[in-house]
Design a protein around this ligand. Structure first.
Ligand code: SF4
Length: 267
């Protein structure tokens, strides 16, 4: 009988990065994988290299041939959303399941002890999820400490106010994150807009961000209103004595409703 495989899926986010660091010496034969949508932020690839340096191991890239655009065409140019989440299925879950096949696998997931998220993870009977942070009671400050002490640090996108890993156009990002994407990577914002263009004027409502297109969202007065609203909420937290880090502000999910984001993309 084949031995059980140990697999940890990195998303480019802080929790899976911290978990990889946490598990390095506990499970020396861990396989590290990353399902590349080819629409990641440029800095995510650099971050993965820092993690590889720390681990002393290659992170195996899945989706070598087929990225987001292939499946976007297959799905008839339909922008994915919380209710049409073909992207997670085709770009994250299926490649992962194909990679492990029918082998017995322990799949290490970076859910923390201070979160109560449900996840979009594989339910194949040969894949058993394991939650080391929850088992060991590790919370957000512990994750930040692990990243700091290792020298890997927080994901670079947190420096410009983004909270999540995954595709630069992910529909789970909050309005303020769209504003920051526009300000930090105007070229990527334009590319995201390009996916909405075929539907403009068609009466169709395929937009990345809920209830408005990216063309509407980038109007200066609209961007300012989003910033003002975000600042108002941040100040309200401060007045209540919550001195939150950026990660905590977003972790509370009160900037915008987040929905049931996929763990495999964002942890
Ligand atoms: S990051 Fe967002 S857009 Fe990309 S695959 Fe995951 S859910 Fe889909």
């Amino acid at each position: 009988m084949k031995p059980t495989r140990h697999v940890l899926s990195l998303s480019g986010g802080k929790d899976s990065a911290a978990l990889a660091i946490y598990m390095r010496d506990r499970i020396p034969n861990m396989e590290y994988i990353f399902s590349d949508t080819r629409k990641e932020l440029p800095e995510t690839y650099q971050y993965l290299e820092s993690i590889e340096d720390y681990l002393g191991k290659r992170v195996h890239r899945l989706n070598a041939d087929l990225g987001f655009d292939h499946w976007y065409d297959v799905y008839g140019g339909m922008i994915p959303s919380n209710h049409r989440r073909w992207c997670t299925k085709m770009l994250k879950l299926k490649p992962f399941e194909q990679h492990v096949g029918d082998d017995a696998v322990l799949n290490y997931v970076g859910l923390r002890a201070d979160e109560n998220r449900s996840g979009y993870i594989s339910h194949k009977p040969n894949i058993t999820p394991v939650y080391p942070f929850q088992e060991d009671g590790l919370r957000l400050p512990d994750i930040e400490r692990i990243l700091r002490d290792s020298g890997v640090g927080m994901p670079p996108y947190t420096k410009w106010g983004r909270s999540r890993s995954g595709c630069f156009f992910c529909f789970y990002q909050q309005k303020i994150e769209w504003v920051r994407l526009k300000e930090t990577y105007p070229d990527l914002y334009e590319k995201a807009k390009g996916y909405e263009k075929p539907f403009e004027g068609s009466g169709n409502t395929f937009t990345w961000s809920e209830r408005e297109s990216l063309t509407e969202l980038e109007r200066p007065e609209r961007m300012q209103a989003i910033k003002d609203e975000h600042e108002r909420r941040r100040m309200a937290h401060e007045r209540r004595g919550d001195h939150l880090t950026l990660a905590e502000v977003f972790a509370r999910g009160d900037d915008e409703p987040e929905g049931d984001a996929c763990l495999i993309c964002t942890l």
